[in-house]
Design a protein around this ligand. Structure first.
Ligand code: MRU
Length: 378
């Protein structure tokens, strides 16, 4: 198959990335405020390290690839303000602050480490600034390019199912948002859907709502609708039923960290979908840029740090009232305690294949090593 052309992601028909340097404001980085979607399209200016820290920690931006790109630009902000004798110490402090914001997506620490490594070869403040800016741009561009390539590699999988179904829509289930909003462009789990849609292959997406923060309902449903891809939102526990009734042909999810043995951390609830897919003989793919592999880890369940967030996210739901007000309501008794685990780990044995920009491989150590080791960054 030749090169697939599909467009950058669009909002109301206009191309956007999720992060960019403000063309008219030097030193300002802009992002889409994802906490306000799908109701309000708000662009945030990020200037200080605190702005970047807050954007990541408060989930104004989120998703493994975008967290990494944002942290990389956060390091540029740190360098910009680092002067005098304490300059290096303040940059190190900023690196630690950014890394501590969220624990599970390895892209965050990976991006900050890339910056620290590049800085260690610099000799002046001007050099620091130029270097970190170049690295941040490269991390963002590489992320978008990796996602585009993942789309090209996923397309034949969808085409094959479409051919077997004689052109009937291919039903693909996805969990959470590993869409373009989670990266710099295209997304990972969604890149193949967009490529197939552009290529005229009928696809239909089952969108898990993804409690507690509802990234499926608020983000994946929004971006699919902006790109014109047919989809239905489903309650989180619907997937198993659909699979039992032949209504899911393929599951594709993203990942926040994948170990060298192929265990994949992704948004809480992913593991249950993988179990149901296995029981129903449905292919279950994990799509990720190679920056999401953490080859220092082997056993994902034992080793991957799982973020625990505040109980209020489980006890409340946020949405828009019919008269257009964004509001939050409590959905349980006033004193009900809640637990909020952000991620779970799907063991490699439940994964049909891993799709990254270098190719598709089995979820095991030999295949992952053969595919990614020796490539850039490894
Ligand atoms: O908590 P989030 O929104 O940052 O979680 C990340 C996710 O959206 C998912 O886990 C996603 O499927 C993988 S990240 C690209």
């Amino acid at each position: 198959m030749g090169i697939v052309h599909f467009y950058e992601m669009r909002i109301h028909g206009q191309s956007y990335r999720t992060i960019w340097e403000a063309p008219d404001k030097p030193g300002v980085v802009q992002v889409i405020h994802q906490g306000r979607l799908p109701h309000v399209l708000e662009i945030l200016d990020l200037i200080t390290v605190e702005d970047f820290r807050c954007a990541i920690a408060e989930m104004q931006i989120r998703g493994a690839g975008l967290i990494g790109a944002t942290a990389a630009y956060g390091m540029v902000a740190a360098v910009r303000r680092a002067t005098g004798q304490d300059a290096l110490a303040s940059i190190q402090q900023a690196a630690a602050t950014l890394i501590q914001t969220r624990p599970t997506a390895v892209n965050l620490a990976w991006a900050v480490q890339q910056q620290l490594k590049a800085l260690s070869a610099c000799t002046s403040h001007t050099d620091w600034l130029e270097t970190t800016l170049r690295v941040a741009r490269k991390i963002a561009d590489d992320d978008a390019n990796a996602c585009k390539r993942i789309g090209e590699l996923t397309l034949p999988l969808i085409q094959k199912i479409s051919a077997a179904k004689k052109g009937q829509p291919v039903n693909i289930l996805t969990h959470c948002n590993a869409g373009w909003l989670a990266f710099v462009d295209y997304g990972t789990a969604t890149a193949g859907l967009y490529a197939a849609h552009e290529a005229g292959i009928p696809v239909h997406v089952w969108v898990d709502e993804t409690r507690p923060r509802n990234q499926g309902a608020s983000l994946t449903a929004w971006e699919l609708s902006e790109q014109g891809v047919p989809h239905h939102l489903i309650a989180d526990n619907t997937g198993g039923h659909l699979m039992q009734h032949g209504m899911v042909d393929l599951v594709i999810v993203g990942a926040d960290r994948v170990t060298r043995r192929g265990d994949a951390a992704n948004k809480i609830g992913t593991y249950l979908k993988a179990l149901a897919a296995k029981d129903n003989n449905i292919p279950f793919y994990v799509a990720l840029p190679s920056s999401t592999f953490d080859i220092s880890m082997a056993d994902g369940v034992a080793e991957i740090p799982v973020e625990e967030r505040g109980s209020e996210e489980v006890r409340h739901m946020t949405g828009m009232t019919d008269d257009g007000k964004l509001t939050s309501v409590r959905i349980c008794p006033e004193n009900t305690p809640a637990c909020n685990y952000g991620f779970d780990v799907t063991p490699a044995r439940l994964i049909t294949g891993l799709i990254c920009e270098h190719g598709i491989c089995a979820a095991n150590e030999d295949s992952i090593t053969a595919l990614v080791c020796g490539k850039q960054g490894f």
